[in-house]
Design a protein around this ligand. Structure first.
Ligand SMILES: [Zn+2]
Length: 378
């Protein structure tokens, strides 16, 4: 295995460019140079400290877009890494480095598949696009969201979009994401009356009120999910009260919680129900919300069918459609593209120390993207 493939070189070149969110580390410039010879036109859309790049070959329909992010999460504890996270290394046919799973290997596969496809089929129909941002792992404010707003204004219509997030869970190829759950965070302050712990009648304990609320919430079923979505889940991430002496009842309690919700509910449904449950605890409160993602679903369509066939032909696996996991930029693209799906490598090592990809999976991912290009643009 001494002859290193073009694909492996691209993957290593991307991993070797340190691009901790929102930094791009020169990845997009490198990608542009890889594609310029293949007649791609390039537009840099830099906003604040975020780099976005839009590369397009051709102007005809259908437009197939490969989308993703060049930024990565920080490496974490360097002592736990067996290699330098930004010096890609192959050991026993496994490529190690930050971004090997999420998602520089996917970008490398998209580039290599496109180069091969255009070389073999210079007169293919339609167009190919690359939409990449350096702001996916961070606040995701000036990245894909903004580029999609621009596309809407300019009538740049996307027919098919593949986002290269690592979606495989147990075996490479087992999962395609055709939607994602919504994410709603609540910041609740339960307001009691501060007082002496020996005279509880003169005070109102906000922690006790909070306990009642948690009990109500634990017993409440938001929905049962549906064919694509698991049940909506409610989780508390922190509860804090004023720091008081042990003989005091605190004046207020702050609770942060999050719901991952299905498309059976809207954020307003959740907010209304929450206020209803809150009214039962007979305590004053203040609440604010942040909805970082609405749930979305791409129906089983042409793209899911084509990808499923490409996966089956390449690795012999029947992949399933799922909406599990966290949010991704697909939430923005799906508002505009006709079909948006996410498909990429195993996510077992994503965001972890010693992040990696098996080179067989890398090669197969490239083949799957290549087969998808052939199916849509020939
Ligand atoms: Zn990612």
């Amino acid at each position: 295995m001494n002859n290193i493939s073009n694909l492996e070189i691209i993957a290593k070149n991307l991993i070797g460019r340190e691009s901790i969110t929102p930094k791009d580390g020169g990845c997009q410039e490198y990608i542009k140079n890889e594609l310029l010879d293949y007649k791609f036109k390039c537009e840099n859309i830099d906003l604040e400290d975020v780099k976005n790049i839009w590369l397009r070959k051709g102007s005809k329909e259908p437009l197939l877009v490969f989308a993703g992010h060049t930024d990565v999460v920080p490496p974490g504890n360097l002592d736990e890494w067996n290699t330098d996270p930004f010096k890609p290394e192959v050991k026993n046919n496994i490529l190690y480095g930050r971004g090997a799973s999420d998602m520089k290997s996917s970008i490398a596969s998209m580039i290599s598949a496109t180069q091969r496809f255009v070389k073999n089929n210079p007169n293919h129909k339609g167009s190919i696009g690359f939409l990449l941002t350096s702001d996916e792992e961070g606040p995701a404010k000036y990245g894909t969201r903004k580029v999609i707003e621009k596309f809407k204004k300019e009538n740049t219509n996307i027919d098919y979009c593949i986002v290269g997030e690592p979606t495989s869970s147990n075996k490479f190829g087992d999962t395609i994401k055709n939607g994602r759950r919504g994410s709603l965070t609540g910041y609740l302050k339960v307001i009691g009356i501060q007082g002496h712990i020996a005279y509880p009648d003169l005070a109102k304990n906000p922690i006790h009120c909070t306990g009642l609320l948690i009990n109500e919430l634990n017993n409440y079923s938001w929905d049962n999910g549906n064919k694509y979505f698991p049940k909506t889940s409610f989780q508390i991430s922190s509860i804090k009260s004023d720091e008081v002496a042990s003989n005091m009842i605190p004046g207020s309690t702050d609770i942060v919680f999050n719901l991952r919700f299905s498309n059976e509910l809207t954020q307003d449904d959740i907010k209304n129900k929450f206020e209803e449950l809150l009214s039962k605890i007979n305590c004053k409160y203040e609440i604010s919300w942040n909805c970082s993602a609405e749930p979305f679903i791409t129906n089983e369509g042409e793209l899911t069918r084509i990808l499923q066939k490409a996966i089956k032909d390449t690795v012999g696996i029947d992949s399933s459609l799922s909406t599990s996991g966290g949010t991704s930029d697909a939430r923005f693209i799906s508002q505009h593209a006709k079909e948006t799906v996410e498909f990429g490598p195993l996510n077992k090592t994503a965001h972890k120390v010693n992040e990696s990809i098996d080179l067989n999976d890398l090669n197969n991912l490239e083949k799957i993207y290549y087969a998808t290009l052939c199916e849509i643009l020939l």
